[in-house]
Design a protein around this ligand. Structure first.
Ligand SMILES: *Cc1c(COP(=O)(O)O)cnc(C)c1O
Length: 411
């Protein structure tokens, strides 16, 4: 059969296997445990000789159905879901790295990931933060004990775009696990597998769910990495298809032992939300692009950070890599203007910390999500005191422009 389009395959994915009563949606399976016909059966499932369900902390049919959808979206081999994006990231790091290993990370990172990486240092894992918009900076940090490179596609809030292709080549040359957090672009705009990613992370709480009503995270194995050369896979998981060894260890040592499990109820909400990912992403990106030009023209706006602007430092790279420039931007108002006053004057835009919702959300970055970091670290990440992050939604464009216009005019 011809390969189906992105949205078609999400919509019709569940029905590839029969569902009770001809249901169009995979049901929410709330049972924690599963009965087996014979003792022989349950032993085989435990030993991985036979497929089947054991205990919902590590496997559940509703969650499996979502994992299969995400695997299809990322054109991967297999995925695992977690209770949140952070649960997915921490499970990957804590199960594939160990004391004495070295991780190279982009310095432009989601704040909580940055905070978590400093916790890794407490466990004897070395972490170097580099400006990964230039792959040479990543190359310069590679050492004998380097095991993994971690980057995001478009980094929030300043919208830096990593040199995803060259970093991928570098990882291949040095046999490093290349982990790409695809949250900001989502698999609709970009598939990190194409540029050598070994594992792809998504916070499902953002664009994939899209409605801001369920938390979730995922890790997808792309099949690009040869795990036979990776010393940290323990003996028991060096069985079956070597392309899946990494995720096998993350499932057992991460999901099963650490327990950051996605609930079946959340999995269902996320699966339904994901059906419109492409439609939402297209509309939100178009709104963002038009608003970026509107802000750029406004005399009270000093700077606009959006990969779609021709003067953005990685504009042409973003154009080559992604289907569109995404729905996240940041702006800085003129020094004389109080950004709190601007945000308080919004009537439609919502003052909120989330992103990837259908609704447009706005947040002053330095005093909120980057507060704990302190002024020096903020400066190194390019976060000025007046930076406002805007996660653009799918409202009718003119309503958004009118709202920002009236808020600016009242200042
Ligand atoms: C939100 C986010 C995360 C964390 O996801 P949660 O589901 O909130 O835990 C990780 N990475 C990026 C890029 C994010 O935006």
């Amino acid at each position: 059969m011809k390969k189906r389009g992105f949205t078609t395959s999400i919509l019709h994915g569940d029905r590839q296997k029969p569902i009770e009563h001809g249901s169009l949606h995979k049901p929410v399976h709330t049972s924690i445990a599963y009965a087996h016909k014979t003792t022989e059966d349950i032993t085989k499932v435990f030993q991985g000789i036979q497929a089947g369900y054991t205990y919902s902390r590590q496997i559940n049919p509703t969650v499996t159905a979502l994992e299969e959808k995400i695997t299809a979206m990322e054109s991967g081999k297999q995925s695992l879901c977690f209770a949140s994006g952070m649960a997915a990231i921490s499970a990957v790091m804590l199960t594939l790295l160990k004391k004495g290993d070295h991780l190279v990370s982009s310095s432009f990172l989601f704040g909580n990931t940055n905070s978590f990486f400093s916790t890794l240092e407490n466990f004897g894992i070395e972490v170097s933060f580099v400006d990964a918009t230039d792959a040479a900076n990543v190359a310069a940090e590679i050492r004998e004990n380097t095991k993994m490179v971690f980057v995001e596609t478009i980094a929030n809030p300043r919208t830096h775009v990593v040199d995803l292709q060259k970093v991928g080549e570098l990882c291949r040359q040095h046999d490093l696990v290349y982990v790409v957090d695809n949250t900001m672009t989502s698999p609709f705009l970009y598939q990190p597998k194409d540029h050598g990613a070994s594992l792809v992370i998504n916070s499902l709480s953002k664009y994939i769910c899209g409605h801001g009503n369920a938390l979730g995270g995922s890790v997808t194995e792309t099949g690009n990495f040869d795990w036979t050369s990776f010393g940290n896979i323990i003996e028991s998981y060096r069985t079956g298809n070597p392309q899946k060894w990494g995720l096998q260890q993350v499932r057992k040592k991460g999901l099963r032992d650490q327990g950051g499990t996605l609930s079946p109820q959340a999995a269902h909400i996320i699966a339904v939300g994901s059906e419109t990912l492409a439609l939402r992403m297209q509309t939100a990106s178009e709104n963002a692009s038009r608003l970026a030009h509107f802000f750029d023209q406004h005399e009270l706006v000093k700077a606009v950070f959006y990969p779609g602007m021709p003067y953005h430092e990685q504009h042409s790279r973003a154009g080559e890599l992604f289907k569109s420039y995404g729905a996240l931007m940041s702006i800085e108002l003129q020094d004389s203007v109080d950004c709190y006053a601007f945000l308080d004057k919004m009537e439609l835009g919502i003052i909120s910390t989330n992103l990837g919702d259908n609704r447009t959300l706005a947040l002053p970055v330095a005093p909120t999500i980057y507060h704990e970091m302190g002024p020096e670290k903020r400066k190194s990440m390019g976060v000025g005191d007046g930076l406002v992050r805007l996660s653009i939604g799918i409202e009718n464009y003119q309503d958004l422009q009118n709202d920002f216009e009236q808020a600016l005019n009242k200042l």
